[in-house]
Design a protein around this ligand. Structure first.
Ligand SMILES: C[S@@+](CC[C@H](N)C(=O)[O-])C[C@H]1O[C@@H](n2cnc3c(N)ncnc32)[C@H](O)[C@@H]1O
Length: 347
């Protein structure tokens, strides 16, 4: 069983970044134990409302207890934030003044050895956020071909020894417990290297793969923009470079009117800015916070404000409109390359 509670990261900075005001309406997409949510509710009283979402039923249970005093102004939903738009439509919860994503896992989940997220204690190699998900980390390590496993560990773990680790895993299959995987990684890379545990990156890679973390983040922040009212804030706290890169590129792209590649003679993308960067610099914890909560050391907070008048979101249809927007990798698509070449050839 977990032994400690979760200490919220960048708490004051989050409330400030969200610009929480009395009577405001907010969404916490990663409710966890409910500490950020409690602070949002406290600062938005009187009249504030909060929709809290978490995929983990245990988190919802913990948050319900924590937020008991605010039960009349909270709505807690056990769901994956990939369904953000559908959840808000179902509960008529839009437009909102602010949306928070505090990504990753809570200390409660990390310390619960029965969930399989920690390499410090033995437990089943599970790593699912919700028991309703079908694929566990054990399913992945025991069934994925070696080349795909190498790619997965390299891409999601940014692990230089991915090939050695994948090949050792395949040699020692079946792998069913966290400690068994730790020992395999240690054998593959030859014991401890530097300050971080050798299994850190492999565990990160598997967790990202099991929970589709990057794809879900990319989709959910796109959905989030369309739920914000004019001046509403999108705040994202990430804990590793893969997540932060997605958030940074998304916010940068959505705060620009044209996203044609440099050198394009005239704009052909037709893109218009939907966000304004509130702070160009990423917000990180103070040395004091890192000292009192070492888990906060890798946190990065980014904040942007919606500059689309609410009417524009549901222009023409009279309903909430969710444009797909232009994705970061749009320019790699053959149709876009063709368009770009055509534009350049007319110069
Ligand atoms: C870092 S914790 C949040 C802690 C919270 N801010 C607090 O103050 O206690 C992240 C939470 O997000 C949840 N989570 C992660 N990815 C999710 C997703 N795709 N959909 C819903 N919840 C998710 C996890 O289950 C976890 O409870």
């Amino acid at each position: 069983m977990p032994t400690s509670t979760h200490i919220p990261v960048l708490l004051e900075e989050t409330i400030q970044a969200l610009g929480v005001q009395p009577g405001g309406r907010y969404i916490d997409c990663t409710l966890g134990g409910g500490s950020h949510a409690a602070a949002i509710l406290e600062h938005s009283a009187p009249g504030g409302q909060l929709l809290g979402i978490d995929a983990d039923p245990e988190a919802i249970r913990a948050a319900r207890t924590r937020l008991k005093a605010y039960s009349s102004s909270t709505l807690l939903v056990k769901e994956n934030f990939i369904n953000l738009k559908a959840i808000c439509m179902k509960h008529d919860f839009f437009p909102v003044n602010g949306i928070l994503f505090d990504l990753g896992l809570s200390s409660i989940q990390l310390e619960d050895k029965s969930r399989g997220f920690t390499f410090q204690q033995d437990g089943p190699l599970d790593m699912r956020l919700s028991p309703s998900q079908e694929i566990t980390a054990a399913d992945i390590v025991n069934t994925v071909p070696e080349t795909s496993l190498t790619r997965l560990i390299r891409t999601y773990g940014e692990e230089a020894y991915s090939r050695h680790i994948a090949s050792q895993i395949v040699r020692e299959r079946p792998v069913n417990t966290t400690l068994q995987l730790v020992q395999i990684v240690e054998r593959a890379v030859g014991g401890r290297r530097g300050r971080i545990h050798p299994a850190t990156k492999t565990f990160q890679a598997l967790r990202i793969a099991v929970n589709h973390e990057l794809e879900h983040l990319e989709s959910a922040i796109e959905q989030a923009i369309n739920l914000l009212g004019f001046g509403g804030r999108l705040v994202v706290i990430s804990y590793h470079s893969l997540e932060d890169r997605i958030v940074k590129q998304f916010m940068q792209q959505e705060s620009r009117d044209c996203i044609c590649p440099p050198g394009t003679p005239t704009c052909i993308c037709g893109h218009t800015a939907r966000l304004r960067l509130v702070s160009r610099k990423v917000i990180i914890p103070s040395p004091e916070e890192i000292k009192s909560n070492p888990r906060s050391r890798s946190a990065k907070l980014r904040v942007a404000e919606c500059i689309v008048p609410w009417n524009e979101h549901h222009k023409n249809s009279g309903k909430l409109h969710f444009s797909k927007g232009v994705k970061t990798n749009e320019w790699q698509k053959p149709t876009m390359i063709k368009k770009r070449k055509k534009a350049l050839s007319t110069v």
